[in-house]
Design a binder for this molecule. Structure first.
Ligand code: MG
Ligand code: ZN
Length: 361
């Protein structure tokens, strides 16, 4: 009798620790999904225009990508927008940030042009720290879709205006002409300009770091330096002072621009730079143990075909199908608590749903 009771008790206990905790159905999350534990922090890295061909080319020519090669859990993401098989970066980023497919050009709004709440805004309202990093203007489609709500991606001043009062803790990128430094200072930001910085960023203090005074920073090939990985390291160090956790988005913005230019060395150098940022995120996540790192893309750019390569010289002669985006699925890589949810084929909107589920928002 006692033995039987013990058996029942241990069955119930097993049920509690294994499958039962993930029985609540959540859109984008399989009811049977098993995950080790929930993360405290999430770092989402987006390679704009980074399809599998871009990663393949960079991996081959660069003789490896230590960040990308670290991942064991990899999935595929369908990128179409609400009404177009081919997405742009605004609809692509809004799908990732808000979990909703929208029309091309939309920044943080649905197909009805009404605002959608983003994962960054949810993190803020739940008391977490937040950060945004890009190698383009902070008002550009990808970073903008995490904090702004405008019907058109070209409204840079309105997008910048949406930034004030949001409480975003760490920002690094460009776009200074769109922002008012005095308004940022009033908002409590320490504003830095330049790279490398001559003064120190204080961890835990609101930081806005402009690479330079321009709208966009230079290409990595033209001497941008290690701004992206350096900003990523500074951000995690700074945001980690919040005991409740943080959300950080890091964008390798110019992989896409290399694709639009059909310029393979541009694509590869930007992807290698992005990999260095991925490596910074992973180094933090490995040491921390409570951080989920997700690497994905909004879409592929250029329809890059790898039809001829030389094993001896490690060179590739690329074939670009066109100078626009393509509809091919993009990879998603995940490491850390909850990474298990990111294998298989999913929609871009599922990335938001999985992050929201794992945060418990
Ligand atoms: Mg972008
Ligand atoms: Zn593009």
């Amino acid at each position: 009798m006692i033995r039987k009771l013990l058996l029942v008790a241990s069955y119930v206990a097993l049920c509690i620790v294994s499958s039962c905790r993930s029985k609540t159905p959540v859109a984008g999350v399989e009811p049977s999904a098993n995950y080790s534990k929930k993360p405290k922090n999430i770092i989402l890295l987006i390679g704009d225009g980074m399809g599998l061909a871009q990663v393949s080319a960079a991996l081959f020519v660069n003789n490896g990508l230590p960040g990308f090669e670290f991942f064991k859990i990899i999935g595929l993401v369908q990128t179409s927008s609400y009404n177009d098989y081919i997405t742009d970066s605004a609809a692509g980023a809004t799908a990732l940030s808000s979990g909703e497919k929208t029309y091309n050009g939309a920044i943080g709004v649905g197909f009805d042009t009404l605002s959608r709440t983003t994962i960054l805004e949810l993190a803020e309202s739940n008391g977490l720290s937040t950060g945004l990093i890009s190698t383009c203007s902070v008002t550009h489609a990808t970073p903008a879709s995490f904090f702004a709500h405008t019907p058109d991606r070209e409204m840079h001043s309105r997008i910048a205006n949406d930034f004030y009062g949001k409480g975003i803790d760490f920002v690094a990128g460009t776009g200074k002409p769109y922002f008012s430094v005095s308004k940022l200072t009033e908002d409590g930001y320490s504003v830095f300009t330049g790279y490398p910085l001559t003064s120190m960023i204080s961890p835990g203090k609101k930081t806005f770091w402009f690479y330079n005074d321009s709208i966009h920073p230079p290409k990595y090939m033209n001497g941008r330096g290690d701004f992206l990985p350096d900003a990523t390291r500074s951000a995690v160090h700074s945001l980690n002072s919040n005991k409740k956790g943080f959300f950080l988005m890091v964008e390798g913005s110019q992989i896409d621009w290399g694709g639009h230019n059909n310029d393979l060395p541009y694509v590869i150098s930007e992807t290698v730079d992005f990999d260095h940022a991925v490596k910074q995120a992973l180094d933090f996540a490995v040491a921390d143990g409570n951080t989920l790192v997700i690497v994905t893309a909004d879409h592929e750019t250029g329809g890059l075909g790898l039809m001829y390569g030389d094993l001896k010289t490690k060179t590739i002669k690329p074939d670009f199908a066109n100078t626009h985006h393509s509809g091919i699925m993009v990879p998603v890589y995940a490491y850390g608590p909850g990474a298990e949810l990111f294998s298989g084929i999913m929609q871009n909107t599922d990335i938001f749903k999985k992050m929201k589920f794992l945060y418990g928002f």
